[in-house]
Design a protein around this ligand. Structure first.
Ligand SMILES: CC(C)(COP(=O)(O)OP(=O)(O)OC[C@H]1O[C@@H](n2cnc3c(N)ncnc32)[C@H](O)[C@@H]1OP(=O)(O)O)[C@@H](O)C(=O)NCCC(=O)NCCS
Length: 137
């Protein structure tokens, strides 16, 4: 049975998800710190097994950032990603009650933009904003 849980993920599950999509997991200390500093997360399970995840990071009220949307390959294209984003959007609606001007960002991986566009996200250029930037390694 597919179930969805809030703020429930552990380090082992987080690392497993990262590996499943070939992102290469962080060490346990880093993963643990990242999860502990997460504002809100959604985990999806098939019975006991984790199959999907997404989280919100940020200052909890003015700026929120959606991160780590992952569905393990075997379960992709079965609307699990949609479940995750919809749950995250519900949480954002709660925050909007407190601050209607909360800004919600995400950085789509290459060619994943159309997945997010289905939920109302637009490219920054379409919102008359500059390109997103990232510090070069
Ligand atoms: C991107 C990802 C989260 C989508 O999850 P999913 O469960 O497979 O997506 P869904 O089944 O809910 O698909 C919802 C819609 O998005 C579309 N979609 C799915 N994957 C897509 C992709 N990679 N690019 C563009 N559109 C995509 C589907 O066709 C579907 O369209 P429809 O509503 O018109 O039928 C998943 O493919 C994934 O984890 N990929 C690897 C990790 C990753 O790149 N994450 C995103 C980081 S920005």
């Amino acid at each position: 049975m597919i179930t969805i849980k809030e703020n429930n993920i552990n380090v082992e599950e987080f690392n497993l998800l990262y590996d499943s999509v070939n992102w290469g997991h962080y060490n346990n200390e880093i993963s643990s710190k990242a999860l502990n500093n997460t504002f809100y997360s959604v985990s999806v399970y098939d019975d006991e097994k984790i199959i999907g995840f997404g989280r919100i990071i940020g200052d909890t009220i003015c700026f929120l950032y959606i991160q780590d949307i992952i569905v393990i390959p075997k379960y992709q294209n079965k609307k699990i990603g949609t479940m995750i984003i919809n749950k995250i959007l519900d949480k954002i609606k709660e925050v909007q009650k407190e601050n209607p001007d909360v800004r919600v960002y995400l950085g789509a991986s290459k060619n994943k933009e159309s997945f997010y566009e289905k939920f109302g996200f637009v490219k920054r250029s379409k919102a008359n904003l500059g390109e997103g930037m990232i510090l070069k390694k």
